[in-house]
Design a protein around this ligand. Sequence first.
Ligand SMILES: Nc1ncnc2c1ncn2[C@@H]1O[C@H](COP(=O)(O)OP(=O)(O)O)[C@@H](O)[C@H]1O
Ligand SMILES: O=P(O)(O)OC[C@H]1O[C@](O)(COP(=O)(O)O)[C@@H](O)[C@@H]1O
Length: 308
Amino acid sequence: MIYTVTLNPSVDYIVEVEQFELGSLNRTVADTKFPGGKGINVSRVMKRLSVESNALGFIGGFTGKFVEDFLNLEKIPSNFVKVSGDTRINIKLKTEVESEINGLGPNISDGQLTEFFEIFQKMTKEDIVVLAGSIPGTLPSSIYKEIIAVCKEKEIKVVADVSGEALKEVITEKPYLIKPNHHELGELFNTEIQSVEEALIYGKKLVEQGVKHVIVSLAEKGALLITENNSYVANVPKGKVLNSVGAGDSVVGGFISAISKSYTIEEAFKIGVAAGSATAFSMELCTKEKIEELLPYIEVNRVEGEER
Ligand SMILES: Nc1ncnc2c1ncn2[C@@H]1O[C@H](COP(=O)(O)OP(=O)(O)O)[C@@H](O)[C@H]1O
Ligand SMILES: O=P(O)(O)OC[C@H]1O[C@](O)(COP(=O)(O)O)[C@@H](O)[C@@H]1O
């Protein structure tokens, strides 16, 4: 079973405003709500590709109920620990540019954390754990390291889509896959990454540190997959971006789905990139049909002289 861990789920409130004015009353031209949080998006994308997963994490309040009901409707199994505060609402403001306000998340008690760790007891080495998204304020910043320690004991593969300090911590544990975007990769090395060539230099450093697969996404500029033996570059298809929320999570969901169906690493990368773009070109997360429509427009090439 693939388990996705979203420590800090959300209701993503997507609001479209024409000519947004700071300090004035603005009215929406359209608004929608979706369950969010990176692991939850990964589970939802995998479901669309017929790959089962179980969504874990902490949820609470009326917003938590919204998330759980939505997953139930989509027939995605979940096993969330219930907390008393409300699951956060993340605002995704669409004007001429996209702006986001992500909430802190509810309090989580020691007892609730223990309950969460108990779920890992029944996992086995055939399982995969996807750790994705930010850590709620009341959990220790070492939480991902603690989860990975439990997974290591059971020889479970760990995928991590996290950023900032959490990403630094996770890298030292040599996960199976990480997927930073170029900003997150740059932040790790205190630099700004503008191109695929620059991303390759820094991505390789992470593989040298023991990460098995590194996917670096660079939005419309393409994506890279770096492994111990090879590096691959993919272009992304051209299209109108409707809502890029969840595009990165879709890359992870697409890639893991394909790996779990025993596709080659190159094919899995291609499907991941197609899923990312399919989400960017949709109001909601990608569909299988949209992914299939985009696949012929994506080329994956081994970076010259990269066989190591
Ligand atoms: N403007 C775009 N055009 C085409 N594809 C895009 C665009 N923006 C994002 N994507 C797709 O979404 C993926 C993830 O986007 P990115 O912005 O790099 O990550 P994140 O959502 O994690 O910040 C990209 O690899 C690409 O497949
Ligand atoms: O946990 P974080 O880092 O605050 O991110 C949560 C947000 O990320 C998302 O999962 C989207 O992530 P991406 O756009 O990076 O794929 C939203 O659904 C959610 O609001």
